[in-house]
Design a binder for this molecule. Structure first.
Ligand code: NAD
Length: 295
């Protein structure tokens, strides 16, 4: 099986390298040359554009920022769809709007091409280690065909439903992470202003009911004031916008997600959009005139 890879940024580059390391031939393309060079250095081949990648491979994986980027990579002139033919497949691993996934699946089905949405959780370190979690939307038979390919990048690969279900699961993940970071930041501010060290609070409660992977991964960054990404604020705003659009389309109210998005939007308005999403703690510092770092 020859694998195409389009989108070689923070996540896509290490994921494509893990596919290569597992013995697959990889043809890769990104509109940024640096990503392609990294894959060629690792033993892959350079594609001229999406069409060329799709012509030379059996299945194309995309790892792009949001729905409009995936639509453009698939359907623009010289895009992936032009190189696809019956029996090939596209696996979109980007985090995008579930309704967009369903639309792309329908348009590709007209060419006899299979489609799955397979967004990931875990961030860059897990993408490098090949231990991301993949949540897949698609048909069982298509999943069975590509499960071992997806396992070259991941520790868990779970089929959660039909096309779009992968991105709905990812939105649920992003709601929980955003609200959790805001909750942790709010609690640490209370502790600090009331005279208790946030680090001591963390140590005392991390193994209790309030503890979480988010608390373990983000607390030290908050205590160090180190907001290098990681997962950028601007990408989390994109996910929460997709949460709100999807929630309203199925007539669901999601007030905490809306609030978390507006906090991140306020950080963006202050120029913090390239920082890690743990910088939500900075917003709490601003509104409370406080620093969470140890004195
Ligand atoms: P990124 O911005 O680092 O990489 C995106 C890449 O896509 C860039 O290299 C860009 O040049 C390329 N690109 C954009 N449009 C293109 C097009 N039309 N044709 C070819 N290349 C194009 O983003 P990332 O951090 O790798 O994230 C990718 C996706 O994974 C996003 O949906 C993000 O939400 C999701 N995600 C990211 C993380 C993380 O921690 N960074 C974790 C889980 C999921």
């Amino acid at each position: 099986m020859k694998v195409g890879f389009v989108g070689l940024g923070i996540m896509g580059k290490p994921m494509a390298i893990n596919v290569l390391k597992n013995g697959y031939e990889v043809v890769a393309y990104d509109r940024n040359e640096a990503g392609i060079s990294a894959i060629v250095e690792a033993g892959g081949q350079a594609g001229a554009n999406g069409k060329d990648v799709a012509e030379r491979t059996d299945v194309v994986i995309t790892m792009l920022p949001n729905s409009p980027n995936v639509e453009s990579a698939l359907f623009d002139e010289g895009g992936i769809a032009e190189g696809l033919s019956e029996g090939k497949a596209v696996i979109d691993m980007s985090s995008i709007a579930p309704l967009a996934s369903r639309d792309f699946a329908k348009r590709l089905a007209e060419k006899g091409v299979d489609f799955m949405d397979a967004p990931v959780s875990g961030g860059e370190p897990k993408a490098v280690d090949g231990t991301i979690a993949v949540m897949v939307g698609g048909e069982q038979a298509v999943f069975d065909k590509y499960e071992s390919l997806l396992k070259t990048m991941a520790s868990t690969v779970t089929l959660v439903g039909g096309v779009g279900a992968g991105n709905i699961t990812k939105l649920a993940n992003q709601m929980i992470v955003a609200i959790n970071i805001a909750g942790i930041s709010e609690a640490y501010c209370l502790a600090k202003k009331a005279g208790v060290s946030p680090e001591n609070v963390y140590k005392a409660i991390r193994t209790g009911l309030a503890g979480s992977v988010v608390m373990d991964q983000k607390s030290q960054k908050i205590f160090d004031g180190d907001f290098n990404p990681g997962f950028r604020i601007e990408l989390h705003i994109k996910d929460l916008q997709n949460v709100m659009d999807t929630a309203h389309s199925v007539n669901v109210s999601s007030p905490f997600s809306a609030l978390a998005m507006e906090i991140m939007q306020s950080l963006k308005a202050h120029g913090h959009e390239k920082e890690d999403h743990s910088a939500v703690a900075e917003w709490y510092e601003m509104v409370n005139d406080i620093k969470l770092q140890e004195d």
